[in-house]
Each structure stands twice: as C-alpha cells, then as structure tokens.
Ligand binder design. Structure first.
Ligand SMILES: [Zn+2]
Length: 665
C-alpha cells in the first residue's frame, strides 16, 4: 500500500549527512508540505510513496542546504568599501561611522535581498545574522523564503538604530516576541562582543535569550588583542569572563573563537555553545587560526560562516568549506586534518547544531524540514568521477565543485531556485539600487576625508568643542625663580600636580589641517611613583589670531577627546605625513592671580633636550573673556619676573623644527 506525498525527487545521489553518513545512489526523497517524509534507495522510496509530482534529478547530488553560521547580510552594501586594514581601523574608522550615517530599514532590506540572492546561488538555505534593524532582515528573508536566525544587535555605543543600549534591548525583546514560532525565522538577541558591550548588557541579553528560549549570538575571542585586553581588564580570558556573567545559560552561537585554549574548548562543550568558524574573515583580517580540529574532536557544534560581506567579501559557502579544510590542514601541518566529509558536515549538520536548530535542519532525515539543494557534478571541472571509494563524493564536492554547480534550492518545501533561476528577485534592479548607495557613501567619505577634524569627529563620539586659549610660553634657564614666585601671597595655589607627558604629534601634508596630538600623561606622586595614566587626543588648529604684548597668544581652536584607541590605531586611521615625539617632566599649578584662574606649567623638555619652559595658560569658551585673561596673563608674567628669559610663543613643534632637531620619523 503506497502513501501519498507532495514531491518525489528521484534519480539523485542522495547525501544525507545523517549520523551514519548514508549515501543512496540512485536515491530518492519524498517531501510532504514543508517536511521530509522519506529518504532512501530509490526503489524503496518509490515503492512506498506515490505522487503526480515526480522530479527526475538526472544524477545530481541531492543534499541538505548549506548553513551559513555567521554573517551580517545587510553589509553586502558595504562590500569593498574599505579593505586591507586592521580590524579596529576597519570597524571603528570606517564601518561604524558609515553605518551610523546610512543604515536604515531601507538599507537593511536592500542589503538583505542582495545577500539572499547571492546565498541562494551558493546553496545556502539558512543563515545566522547579526545586525541593526534586524526586524527588516527577518522580513526581507521571510518574503524571499530563506531560513534564518536573526539577531538584533546590542552595543554599548550609539548604534544606527538606537542611541542607548536599553533601546536595543527593548527592540530585541519586541522583535523576539513578534517572530517567535515563525516557520522560517528564529529571532535572537546579539550582544556584539564582550569588548563592545558592558557586563550589564551581556547579563541582560543572556536573561532575555533564556526567558524566550531563543539563541544568543556574539563574537568571542576573535583577535589576540581582544583576549589580551580581557586578561588585563578582568584578570581572565574571554570565555571564562562571559561564562562568569552567565552568558552560557543561553543557547549561544559564538562567532570566531579563534584564540581559545583546551580548557576553554571544554567550557564551550559543557555549556553547549555553538561555534561559527569564519575562515575567509579570519584570513583576511589576519585574526589567527581557530583550533577547529580540536573543537570538533571535543564534540562541539562548529559551523562555517562567511562573516559579513564587508570582511570576506562574498557569501560563497563552497569557498568557505574548502578554505576551512585547507586551513585546518596547513595550521596543524597534517593533511589528514579536517577531511572533506567533516568540512561538509560543518556546513550542514554541525552548522545546524551550532545554530541550535539540529532538530529541524542540517541533514536529510524524515521529520526534518525540506531544506535541500541539487548540485550538478557532471561539468568539466568535476570530471571524472571515481566510484571505487564511495566517500569520494565528499572530496568532489569540497575540492572540485563550485557554488555555480548548485542548480536548485528548496527551503521549507518551497523551490526558491530552479535551474539557477530565482523568480522572486530582480537582479538588475538590486544592482542599480546598490550602486545608488555606493555613490552616496562615496560622497560622504570623500567629504569626511577632506579634514582631519571631520575624521576625528567620525570616530570621536563625544568631543569637547572649539575653545579659545590664552597661552604664553617662555623659555627659561632656571626654574628656581618661578618656584619662588609661586610662594608670593599674590598667587593662590589651588592645586599642584606632577606628571610625565609623552606627546606624539601627527603632522599632515596640508598645514591648514592643523596637528593632532596624542598625549599620554603619567601622574607621579611625591615618591616618583606613577599613580595614574591618562590618554588624550587634541586637535590643534592653526595658531595666532591675535598677539598681545609680552607674547601672550590668544586663540587657537582646540578639540579635545579622550584617546580611547591605541596610538597605532590613530596612526593607521589618520595617516599623518610625519610624527614628532616630545617627552617632558611637567609640574603644573592651578592658581588664582588677581581674580583670574590660570594654569602654570613648569616643563623640563627631555626629548628633544630643549631645557626648561614656563607656560601660562587658560582656556575659555568666550572671546571677550579670553581677551581679558590675555591682559591679566601679561601682568602675571611680569609678576613672576622672567626678565632674563628668552620669550617664545612658538610651540614645541615649531621649536623642534627651528632648532633643527631631527625628530621627524
Ligand atoms: Zn561577524
């Protein structure tokens, strides 16, 4: 007695990727609605199932659709925007500023549609995504018909879709409530990474994921720097740190896990964490080599991801699978490491496990969703085919086949691509719309790159704005008279500090851009011990609007920001023409003189060896106040009595140049 079924796929090489790696040739698959009803040798399935809709697969490989375990699909629109940069410069210098300016629901929908078209063509039927306005990723994906785990991103900084993280968390909650139970979309929360989130965000995200039993997506241990910083900041590396915050109470999908040790692999295994390995992204950003073979040996669900198309730059899973295999071999020095079958398993069943969807997809088994692809291996670059070893088919798919060999794609029982045609998406229109965005983003970046200040603002976040400064710099031979003058009753000392200053000035080829100073202040106590270190960035505009008697200088624009990134980051981001280093020992007094507050700096410039300087300084937001202060400053200088001094209003930089100290690196 035969049973009815909706679709019967026959005459295929059926690669089940099930627990026994069953292969049926010729094999058949019966599909009822959205579900696989039967898988097996063709004569068995045909004897049990009957339908009007029998499809002859002509000897193609019929296998589970590929699972892209980590991506940021709307970033198709940022593909090729900035490449060959270090991760922080790429992310903080380019991606985030452009995203803040351009990412909108429209951007996200368009980027998702482009990505879905590209992914369907490489046989991807399910992907795990993290981005902003994730609701729109979910909508566009569901309309096209792909399956996805969609993660609403949460960050500690302002995001394109939220000023504060509380808004992102609230949006994630609503998003999860709306989409939970959808046949194609699994909603999820995505705290971006431990270094871009606070403890509070990580704890709240985990609690949210646990409450709704949805996956949590995060980037973990992607670079050596991240792990090193975590060790310095938390006294432990990334995995134990997030474990301590109960992150792994949730069903976690962790992208990267490049820099983890054996005990961390054990933690991930015990806490049922899925891992997304991203070979192209890790190679391109030189992030290092994830211990993939060890993770798989330990029993972890390790999938393969393309990562965002801005750091890959494509969404081709065939390429990723091949790279994963090659990389594991090269890194271990063992050509038997990560064989083709395991690599393909990572792109299917293990990937599904990483996404916590193994009950639903990842292999061809009765009861699982009908997410399948047909791959033509009869073309020249796949020829010939040896049948002696039945396992050869895996090597053929991983090492010879290309994504263009994928002819047909079905998701949830629906054909999305037939003979490489995708009826629901208009490719020419998508390309035109993407070009429109590229033109606008180009114009935005060209404008920004015109000025050092606008580049600074682009990465600065909160930046203290332009101010007037009253400044007199006097070269002195002997600091003693200054010290004595400060004891006179006309001067009231409000505070005294002592520190070492290490300044790096970035000089640009266009002098009207001003200079940028990266300053490290080491606060020193009475016993010459460093008590605190502060990093600051100051954009110094062109000097001298007006000069007062006694060489008091009024007004120069200064913009101050805390230097939250490394000197190396700023160097690579701003690309100065040259750099000048100045080191000095500074005694600083905040004083009151004739009702006006000033800073008095007594500097000993050690590098280059320029000797002692007295600086009288005051900063103010109003021009009128600045002019008044400039006059009082003149009196103060007279009062201190630096008659023997060689007065200069030049900055150290100009001095360095005028005295021909060869400091430019
Ligand atoms: Zn990523």
């Amino acid at each position: 007695m035969t049973k009815d079924t909706d679709i019967l796929l026959t005459n295929a090489i059926v690669l089940t990727m099930d627990g026994h790696y069953n292969i049926y040739e010729p094999g058949a698959v019966a599909i009822q609605g959205d579900t696989i009803q039967a898988v097996g040798p063709e004569e068995v399935v045909r004897s049990e199932y009957t339908t009007q809709n029998i499809i002859d697969c002509n000897g193609k490989v019929l296998m589970p659709g590929l699972v892209n375990a980590h991506t940021h699909v709307p970033m198709t629109l940022l593909r090729g925007l900035a490449d060959d940069l270090r991760l922080d410069v790429w992310f903080l210098g380019y991606m985030m500023p452009v995203e803040r300016e351009f990412v909108s629901p429209d951007f996200v929908r368009l980027g998702t549609r482009i990505a879905c078209l590209e992914m369907l063509r490489s046989g991807i039927t399910c992907f795990a995504d993290m981005y902003y306005y994730e609701e729109n990723v979910a909508q566009a994906t569901a309309e096209i018909g792909l399956r996805a785990v969609c993660g609403q991103t949460v960050l500690k900084f302002q995001a394109p879709d939220a000023q504060f993280f509380e808004e992102s968390l609230a949006a994630a909650r609503e998003f999860i409530q709306r989409w939970k139970g959808h046949p194609l979309i699994t909603p999820s929360v995505a705290p971006h990474a431990p270094y871009t989130c606070t403890e509070e965000i990580l704890r709240a995200s985990a609690a949210l994921a646990v409450e709704f039993e949805v996956p949590l997506q995060i980037h973990l241990a992607e670079t050596a720097t991240e792990v090193e910083n975590a060790r310095n900041e938390y006294g432990m590396s990334v995995i134990p740190y997030v474990d301590k915050l109960n992150l792994f109470d949730a069903k976690v999908l962790a992208a990267h896990c490049v820099h983890i040790d054996n005990s961390e692999i054990q933690t991930l295994y015990q806490r049922n964490v899925g891992v997304a390995h991203n070979p192209s992204s890790n190679l391109k950003l030189a992030s290092g080599f994830a211990p993939v073979s060890k993770m798989i040996e330990a029993g972890l669900g390790v999938g393969i991801g393309t990562d965002g198309p801005a750091s890959n730059n494509d969404l081709d899973m065939f390429e990723e699978v091949r790279l994963a295999a090659f990389l594991a071999k090269s890194v271990t020095g063992d050509p038997t490491a990560l064989p083709a079958r395991t690599a393909l398993l990572m792109a299917t069943r293990l990937g599904a496990q990483a996404l916590h969807l193994e009950q639903l997809i990842g292999s061809l088994e009765p009861g699982k969703r009908a997410d399948i692809i047909l791959v033509d291996i009869s073309s020249l670059h796949n020829t010939p085919r040896f049948r002696r070893d039945s396992q050869g088919i895996y090597a053929q798919l991983v090492y010879s086949a290309k994504s263009s060999d994928v002819r047909d794609v079905m998701v949830n029982g629906q054909w999305l691509m037939r003979d490489r045609q995708i009826a629901t998406l208009d490719e020419a229109d998508l390309v035109r719309q993407a070009d429109d965005y590229a033109k606008r983003i180009d114009a935005f970046l060209i404008q920004r790159e015109k000025s050092v200040l606008s580049k600074l603002i682009a990465i600065g976040g909160a930046l203290e704005g332009e101010s007037f400064e009253v400044q007199a710099k006097i070269r002195i031979h002997d600091p003693e008279p200054v010290m004595e003058a400060l004891k006179k009753p006309d001067i009231e000392v409000l505070r005294h500090r002592h520190y070492h200053e290490y300044d790096t000035y970035f000089v640009f080829d266009d002098p009207t851009q001003g200079t940028l100073r990266y300053r490290e202040d080491e606060f020193v106590d009475d016993h010459e011990q460093i008590t605190n270190v502060r990093y600051r960035l100051t954009m110094i505009g062109l000097t001298s609007e007006r000069q007062f008697p006694s060489d008091v200088l009024l007004s120069r624009s200064r913009f101050l920001a805390p230097a939250t990134h490394s000197l190396r980051f700023y160097r690579e981001y701003f690309k100065p023409m040259s750099e000048i280093n100045i080191e000095k020992d500074r005694q600083r007094w905040r004083i009151l003189f004739r009702g006006t507050e000033f800073y008095i700096n007594l500097d000993r410039v050690d590098k280059p060896s320029l000797g002692y300087f007295l600086e009288v300084k005051s900063r103010t937001w109003s021009r009128r106040d600045a002019e008044h202060k400039a006059l009082v400053a003149t009196e103060l200088i007279e009062f201190i009595g630096t008659s023997a001094a060689e007065r200069v209003t030049k900055d150290y930089l100009e001095l360095v140049e005028s005295e021909n100290q060869p400091l430019i690196q």
